[in-house]
Design a protein around this ligand. Structure first.
Ligand code: IPD
Ligand code: CA
Ligand code: CA
Length: 275
């Protein structure tokens, strides 16, 4: 099983790096930008990266399902179509969960903070993930039970236990103008408790930075599975803690996420309980 997971990770890395190569190559170009909502953008490069990633996964695993931000759910071929079934490898339900370009608003403004994210879920559990930031050439990876890595060096969460000394990260949902659940209340509450807060614009990188000890805590609501699939595994394997805002069980399908180094988790739950 471990060998199989390592092979899956290899494909995730190949796909994330290819998407990163495209992102770096086209960075600052005059590409086409469309609106998915009032402030929710999608660029030509999001689609180009998504196609490149799907092609790589389909080349080796044509039967696997894919859930990806722009194309939605891409069904796999029936088992009889795949030579890989011969190896008996296709027993579980395999789903690749992809954010081809996390940080699209940054990318559209030539602000160099974005990445590609690829996670693999087997029977409902995330087991492998790769995130690539092409501007810093940073590759974050993890296989379940085997730790988290940044460019092949093991990483772990920070040891800051005092929220006064913590650096936190968050983001705001695309319906910030229309919904009361827009995170502004929590942002204000944390702003006067933490050492500082950042809003970098890539939830996936925020979580990888938490895993690497650069941030001590992260919270956000209305996230999508592709924002959290690979990155939640990387955080957990780096020793981090993830729950919903109340301390309940976390799911990449529930939208809400509180991720910390474990040491400031309780205090963050208490602050999130305020209005
Ligand atoms: C967004 C970014 C942002 C976060 C949003 C996400 P996208 O993803 O991760 O930091 O605040 O909630 O939707 O649209 O750039 O892939
Ligand atoms: Ca995203
Ligand atoms: Ca995206």
């Amino acid at each position: 099983m471990l060998l199989e997971l390592k092979n899956f990770l290899k494909i995730a890395i190949e796909a994330a790096k290819e998407a990163g190569r495209i992102q770096r190559e086209r960075f600052g170009e005059n590409f086409k930008i469309e609106h998915k909502g009032e402030i929710n953008l999608v660029t030509e490069v999001d689609y180009q990266c998504e196609k490149a990633i799907i092609d790589i996964i389909k080349r080796d695993y044509p039967e696997h399902e894919i859930l990806t931000e722009e194309a939605g759910s891409v069904k796999g071929l029936p088992p009889s179509h795949s030579p890989l079934t011969k190896g008996g490898q296709m027993e579980g339900k395999y789903k690749w969960i992809i954010d081809p370009l996390d940080g699209t608003t940054n990318y559209a403004h030539s602000y160099p903070c974005f990445c590609a994210s690829i996670g693999l879920e087997i029977d409902g559990e995330i087991v492998a993930g790769a995130v690539y930031n092409p501007m810093l050439d940073e590759l974050f990876t993890s296989v379940k039970g085997k730790g988290a890595y940044l460019n092949e060096k093991r990483i772990g969460v920070s040891k800051i236990a005092d929220i006064n000394k913590s650096l936190l990260a968050t983001g705001f949902p695309y319906d910030i103008r229309d919904s009361k659940e827009n995170n502004l209340n929590h942002f204000c509450n944390f702003a006067v408790r933490a050492q500082a807060i950042r809003r970098p614009g890539s939830a996936v990188l925020d979580l990888c930075y938490l895993a690497a000890g650069r941030f001590d805590g992260f919270w956000e609501l209305k996230l999508y599975p592709w924002d959290m699939a690979a990155s939640s595994l990387i955080v957990k394997e780096a020793g981090g803690m993830i729950t919903d805002f109340k301390g309940g069980e976390f799911s990449i399908y529930k939208g809400e996420m509180l991720a910390t180094n474990g040491l400031i988790h309780k205090e963050m739950i208490e602050i999130l309980s305020r209005q």
